[in-house]
Design a protein around this ligand. Structure first.
Ligand code: MIG
Length: 651
């Protein structure tokens, strides 16, 4: 059950799509002690209460003990104590003496103090008094999450090829660079489905352009790659370069589609292309116009995109450049001063007639860019597309996926990737993943192999790294057959992973879950954060430590231990409890739950060559409901599931 409380005149965020009746404010007393204003919510926690949720935030799966701030922020130096990342996912669940969820639906800054002082107090402070608060009740943490997922609507559904392996790097400049990546992967027989084009494919970093010298015939080139089963995925940045003569700029400027400054002229900020204006994505008409611009790419045969810099990230604003400051009377101790200055001089004109500074509606900007592009692509294409964004807000999950931004090639960041996945799935962002191998810094062979073994199980599986870092494509390291083994496993598991993703999306469920969600009575499972459940049948226990030859795994029940060595699967029944498992770098080990099945397919060079129907069934179950389609149809429903059955195995 969900109860809605409304305070003031909230900005429409489009996060919740279910019709939820509004309750009188007194009803909130059951959950919270309100101190004076609706902007402050607080409640007492039981000693052993666990707090789940908050999507893209640092730290572990249990968010208790720290402070988090929803204020979308581009900080490439990810640290454990960093309060904000690129997304604002204001939903959490308290699991304990009293189990309930809360979603603070406001695009302004929200501070979540999850008992940071250790005194048993959870408190939430909203910067704006105009907000909606949803309290979600259920009989378990998992039940609360499912209730919430039902309210925020169906996840974005990417095409099958988006579940393939993708290679990216900031630094690919020309057709030749991309061709080299494709042919090296093909020569080694390592599967690959797409290659990302970072900002250097553009003409001077201007969206909806191609640098003609570097890509003389983008449409022809994309078509040639498609014949090899490969897709090109261009980046699109949020800012539109100020350049009279460029049709996108001209039309946007003429029609009043850009955000304003305090003087009422277009807000100017410096980003990659130089001085830019930001489209006012919060308005329907502007979203429609911006979404239509993707036609530039779809006309050239491109069907996958990543939206970047949409927190938005700003290198320098006019104010900053002039050294003057707008009214900082209400400064913000949690934000760098320049940030507050940039976002307070930056105005949106909402569809409801109000004008709001970006500072007040900040967390919606990237989400509405995703919505603009998602809706545009939906109009332009008769098939599903790939889209993932850096900034987000709950609701954007219906239009695209996200990646977790500029992590680094460290073991801590690999571990953070594991923690992020269930938290993101609680907030609806099923199609998500991290930069595999790490964005900043230099990746080692060992770290990349261990990271790939985690990414095999995340919906977005993309290797990406920053300019000036060591090359990170699999073929740059010795022993490419080990990389081939791990990535081949992804393709062999796709009949299962794709099916589980689609079922989770269609049934408003999570795909990746903490152990505690499925084993709530198991005290030990409740405290484990480095093992995850993936779909209905699989549990993973990845090796996350440098130099480790294996690890200790906790099994809440009897399971099948499956080992993949690049050629075949070896299955072994193992009992409940702790066990030590050895995992060489050339192998991946995962677990199949008691009485469940996993359909595995044959190896394939890419998803175009993959046959979802040609599977063998692993595990001790007797039946599995497999979702199957052509991989791109927009008509997806549970009716597409087929039943796989297997004779019961004698034990
Ligand atoms: O200021 O386009 O997170 O993935 O490679 C950096 C260059 C801009 C940030 C993205 C990263 C991308 C990079 N971008």
């Amino acid at each position: 059950m969900i109860t809605q409380f409304t305070y003031g005149t909230p900005v429409e965020t489009f996060a919740v799509v279910q019709d939820i009746p509004v309750s009188g404010h007194e009803a909130l007393r059951r959950f919270a002690r309100k101190k004076g204003s609706p902007q402050i919510f607080s409640c007492m926690l039981g000693e052993d209460d666990v707090i789940y949720g908050l999507g893209e935030t640092m730290r572990g799966i249990n968010k208790r003990g720290f402070r988090y701030i929803s204020f979308n922020y581009d900080d490439p130096n990810h640290r454990d104590d960093m309060p904000s990342m690129y997304g604002a996912h204001n939903f959490f669940v308290v699991d304990g003496e009293e189990t309930f969820g809360a979603f603070f639906d406001t695009p302004a800054k929200v501070t979540f103090d999850m008992d940071s002082k250790g005194s048993g107090v959870l408190s939430v402070i909203c910067a704006s008094a105009d907000l909606r608060l949803y309290i979600v009740e259920g009989d378990s943490a998992y039940g609360v999450v499912r209730e919430f997922l039902g309210a925020i609507g169906q996840s974005f559904l990417p095409p099958l090829w988006a579940f393939g392996y993708g290679q990216s790097r900031w630094g690919y400049r020309t057709e030749r660079d991309i061709t080299r990546v494709a042919s090296r992967y093909q020569a080694l027989g390592i599967p690959l489905d797409y290659i990302c084009m970072d900002i250097d494919y553009m003409d001077r970093y201007i969206d909806f352009t191609v640098n003609k010298r570097r890509f003389p015939d983008m449409a022809g080139y994309a078509a040639r790659l498609r014949e090899q089963g490969l897709h090109l995925v261009p980046i699109v940045d949020a800012g539109v370069k100020i350049e009279p003569g460029n049709p996108v700029y001209d039309e946007g400027a003429e029609k009043g589609y850009f955000c304003l400054n305090h003087e009422g002229t277009y807000y100017r900020a410096e980003v990659w292309p130089g001085m830019t204006h930001f489209p006012d994505f919060l308005r329907e008409e502007v979203r429609h116009w911006f979404g239509d611009q993707y036609r530039f790419y779809t006309d050239r045969g491109l069907e996958g995109f990543w939206n970047d810099m949409n927190e938005p990230a700003i290198f320098s604003s006019e104010y900053r450049a002039k050294g003057t400051k707008p009214d900082l009377e209400h400064g913000d101790p949690d934000q760098p001063e320049r940030h507050v200055a940039d976002f307070k001089d930056f105005f949106h004109r909402l569809d409801d007639g109000r004008e709001k500074s970006n500072y007040e509606v900040h967390n919606l900007f990237g989400a509405m860019m995703t919505r603009a592009s998602g809706e545009g692509l939906d109009r332009l294409l008769d098939r599903r597309y790939l889209l993932f964004s850096r900034a987000s807000y709950i609701g954007a999950h219906r239009y695209g996926g996200i990646w977790t931004g500029d992590n680094a090639s460290t073991w801590e960041m690999l571990r953070q990737n594991v923690y992020h996945m269930p938290s993101l799935h609680m907030c609806g962002f099923l199609f998500s993943g991290a930069d595999t191998g790490g964005f900043g810094g230099n990746c080692t062979r060992e770290l990349l192999l261990r990271w790939l073994a985690v990414s095999v199980f995340t919906p977005l599986m993309r290797n990406h790294t920053a300019l000036f870092t060591k090359n990170q494509e699999c073929y740059r390291f010795r022993g490419p057959e080990d990389f081939k083994a791990v990535i081949t496993l992804r393709y062999r598991l796709l009949p299962y992973l794709y099916s589980e993703f689609m079922k989770a999306a269609l049934e408003r469920d999570m795909l990746i879950r903490p152990l505690a969600f499925d084993f709530p009575e198991d005290g030990k499972a409740r405290s484990i954060e480095d093992q995850l459940l993936v779909g209905e049948s699989i549990m993973i226990a990845p090796v996350l430590e440098k130099g480790a030859k294996g690890r200790i795994v906790y099994l809440p029940e009897r399971m099948t231990e499956v080992r993949y060595d690049g050629k075949s699967f070896t299955c072994m029944e193992v009992g409940a409890g702790e066990r030590t498992v050895m995992v060489p770098l050339s192998q991946v080990v995962f677990y199949i739950r008691q009485g469940r099945l996993v359909p595995v397919g044959r190896a394939a060079a890419n998803t175009a060559e993959l046959d979802l129907m040609d599977v063998e069934l692993l595990g001790t179950g007797t039946s599995y409901r497999q979702y199957v389609d052509d991989g791109y149809t927009k008509e997806c429903s549970m009716d597409r599931c087929i039943m796989r059955t297997k004779e019961a195995q004698p034990r």
